[in-house]
Design a protein around this ligand. Structure first.
Ligand code: DAH
Length: 347
């Protein structure tokens, strides 16, 4: 018995070297301790031994069983280690310095904003920024949109509680409320109260509306406001400025079209559509893009300018909308979800 067991164990030690995978392990285990295994077979011979030899033989078999079990345990542990290593990949050197982060790239909204500012800078426009938290005066009242005016309703949006104070956002009236600005037009007033004409400014920035998000709406988006106040400014200057902008952005064939509209702070007011070569291929000839008009004399008076001496034009465009038509982006939400697979396309 002893001999047979020794032989069995040394065979197991030899064979285990070739056991590398779970199926091999199962087959190996079955060959020794399975119902038809060689150790099982030896155990079955116990009954045929004379009674007095059985206890000693039983002990030997038990020892052998333990040894086989140890071989099995070690083989299984080795397989598990190998599986883990395969999952972890090649060893790393944790003492190496962190790799440089991938170079970033500008967000498409930033790209379009900067491009528009660069184009209009050639015409002498400079940038003025205003606060995202605004007061009712700069956002509405000074722009001839008093509290009871229907045009205000569509922009009556995110007001801050009355008791909130922002020391860095000036108020015209001590008890007026703060709100998240609904458009960048408020910067027209802030600029005209601070600077004497001639004024030729752009004001890019974020605005907030009570809009439910869908493919073309977002509760926050970006605008660029334009304002020119000087002597002898006419609709002709406005049209020429916008034509120059769209031709620079979209190519020489780009055109703009004015449709009459209402804005409280311009008179006359227009909505602007543009057309460009690539739009025709998409089956859309004209795309509505912005609002504009001649600065209302009442606005000039509000900021202490004589409308007989000064005139001007203003416009406000949506940056997302231009970015969407320029890049063929179909859902505005892509701009805000920060999926790098989307953002890297603009590198
Ligand atoms: N503030 C308008 C809006 O948010 C856009 C606009 C229209 C701006 C006409 C202007 C303008 O300066 O003259 O919808």
């Amino acid at each position: 018995m002893q001999e047979k067991l020794n032989e069995l164990i040394s065979r197991a030690r030899e064979e285990v070297a070739a056991v590398k995978t779970r199926p091999q392990f199962e087959a190996f285990k079955a060959a020794y301790v399975g119902p038809r295994g060689s150790l099982t077979a030896l155990m079955k011979t116990l009954g045929q031994l004379p009674k007095e030899e059985r206890p000693a033989a039983g002990r030997l078999i038990n020892e052998a069983k333990q040894q086989v079990q140890a071989i099995l345990d070690e083989a299984l542990a080795a397989i598990e280690r190998a599986e883990l290593e395969a999952r972890l990949g090649p060893p790393i050197d944790p003492t190496l310095p962190t790799p440089d982060p991938l170079p970033g790239n500008r967000h498409p909204i930033t790209l379009v904003r900067d491009e528009i500012c660069r184009i209009l800078a050639r015409l002498g426009f400079t940038v003025r920024e205003g606060p995202e938290i605004e007061t009712e005066y700069y956002c509405f009242d000074a722009l001839c949109t008093p509290a009871e005016h229907p045009a205000r309703d569509t922009q009556d949006t995110y007001y801050l509680p009355r008791e909130v104070r922002f020391g860095n956002v000036s108020r015209k009236n001590p008890d007026e409320r703060y709100l998240m600005r609904t458009h960048t037009s408020s910067v027209q007033i802030r600029t005209l109260l601070a600077e004497k004409p001639p004024v030729r400014i752009l004001s890019p920035g974020r605005v907030f509306r009570r809009d439910t998000a869908d493919a073309t709406h977002s509760a926050n988006f970006h605008q660029i406001e334009g304002l020119v106040v000087d002597r002898g400014i006419t609709v002709c200057d406005l049209k020429a400025t916008l034509d120059y902008l769209f031709q620079s952005l979209l190519g020489k064939e780009a055109r703009t079209r004015f449709r009459p509209h209402y804005f409280g702070y311009t008179e006359p007011s227009f909505e602007v559509d543009f057309s460009a070569a690539h739009l025709k291929k998409l089956g859309r000839e004209w795309v509505e893009i912005m609002g504009c008009g001649m600065v209302d004399p009442a606005v000039l008076e509000e900021v202490g300018l004589d409308p007989e001496e000064w005139s001007g034009f203003a416009f406000g465009l949506g940056v997302e909308r231009i970015a969407m038509t320029l890049y063929g982006v179909e859902d505005i939400r892509n701009f805000y979800t920060n999926d790098v697979r989307f953002l890297r396309q603009f590198a």
